[in-house]
Design a protein around this ligand. Structure first.
Ligand code: PLP
Length: 358
């Protein structure tokens, strides 16, 4: 079905199987004779999708009973506000590893005392700050496990003496996660688990109810726990596609299997970036993301940037332009991005080098 190599950063490539099943469900959903977007969200056919999707999240990420998984509207950006509303009482610390982290911090600052515990802003967020001390008197530490724009990642579950909250928008389901280490994991679906229009939250139930502020009904995670993510009309179509995406993931072996594949894809591309004299990576090697691979033309070849972009476009590469704050190139190689696409990009880079160095 795919005619191009899709490296879009988000919304991004989704499994063919999920798209095809979504098309079928638009024609006739579960034998109802109606499109999935035409049925009542209180129907038993829709309830089955919600139940299956919740169960898949729990199974794939091994979510313990202490936590609940929620599907919400508003995107990850709305969850920046949910975080502060539900968890900030006195003081919170944010690890500032990029623009998304900074935006999350901004929302918290509007509601209380929040600060950056460490920042890599000094070098365009090209690394993950280390060696900072986490005070024990804060309500939570907020981290962004994968920095979509800069291609850095915290690919492990850190030990944290205070409740740990993670924006995992762009690396959720790319690896196994020890959910028990987090008070909250949240993100938008549109990078690894589905289309835009739905976000997810995996929240530890006993971490809620500790703030004294009034929380508006829709911004209170407890509303959505009680309502089983259907307090109001849920974004049915995005949830349907998310469910199909997770079915695909389970079918290929789950998060352990996809993590192996993701590491192979990332190694393939980073090896070429390191080998090819015309390109250079922008993220610190020890912090390189397996989801977003950022690179620029090597010193001396900067003037060839547009030419390489056109060269790659001719060969079917889509979405490799770097974010405007970093420049250069970014290939997002999320779960659904096939290894053949990564190989095609690698071949394209090698071919370009050969052509220019003749
Ligand atoms: C894309 C992204 C966001 C913003 O997601 P929206 O759903 O568009 O609000 C937040 N954090 C990270 C890490 C992202 O990659």
């Amino acid at each position: 079905m795919k005619k191009v190599h899709n490296f879009n950063a988000g919304p991004c490539i989704l499994p063919d199987q999920a798209i095809e099943n979504a098309i079928d469900a638009l024609k006739d959903f579960a034998g109802t004779g109606m499109a999935v977007i035409e049925v009542s969200h209180r129907s038993k056919e829709w309830q089955a999708v919600m139940d299956e999707c919740r169960a898949l999240w729990k199974e794939l990420l091994n979510i313990p009973d202490t936590h609940e998984v929620l599907f919400l509207g508003g995107g990850a950006s709305m969850e920046f506000l949910y975080v502060a509303m539900n968890f900030l009482e006195r003081k919170a610390a944010y690890l500032e590893t990029g623009v998304w982290a900074k935006k999350a911090l901004k929302e918290a600052k509007g509601l209380g005392e929040a600060y950056a515990i460490a920042s890599s802003a000094d070098s365009t967020y090209s690394y993950i700050p280390k060696g900072y001390e986490i005070p024990s008197d804060i309500d939570y530490l907020h981290i962004t496990t994968n920095n979509t724009i800069y291609g850095t990642e915290i690919p492990y579950d850190m030990d944290c003496p205070v409740p740990l909250i993670a924006d995992m928008s762009s690396d959720i389901m790319s690896r196994p996660v020890d959910v028990s280490k987090y008070a909250l994991i949240y993100g938008g679906a549109q990078k690894n688990v589905g289309p835009a229009g739905v976000s997810f939250a995996i929240v530890r139930k006993d971490a809620l109810g500790k703030v004294s502020r009034y929380i508006p009904t829709m911004l209170d995670y407890r509303t959505h726990i009680d309502g089983e993510s259907m307090f109001n009309t849920p974004p049915v179509f995005p949830i349907f596609v998310m469910n199909e995406t997770l079915k695909w993931l389970k079918g290929i072996g789950g998060v352990e299997a996809i993590n192996r594949i993701n590491k192979e894809k990332a190694a393939l591309l980073y090896d070429e970036i390191d080998r090819n004299s015309m390109f250079t990576g922008t993220a610190a090697k020890e912090d390189r993301s397996i989801m977003n691979v950022c690179f620029v033309m090597a010193p001396g070849y900067e003037n060839l940037q547009d030419e390489f972009m056109a060269f790659a476009k001719d060969r079917g590469m889509v979405g490799i332009k770097g974010h405007r704050s970093v420049g250069g190139f970014r290939a997002s190689i999320y779960n659904a991005c096939p290894k053949e696409s990564v190989q095609a990009l690698v071949d394209c880079m090698a071919e370009f080098e050969k052509l220019k160095k003749q």
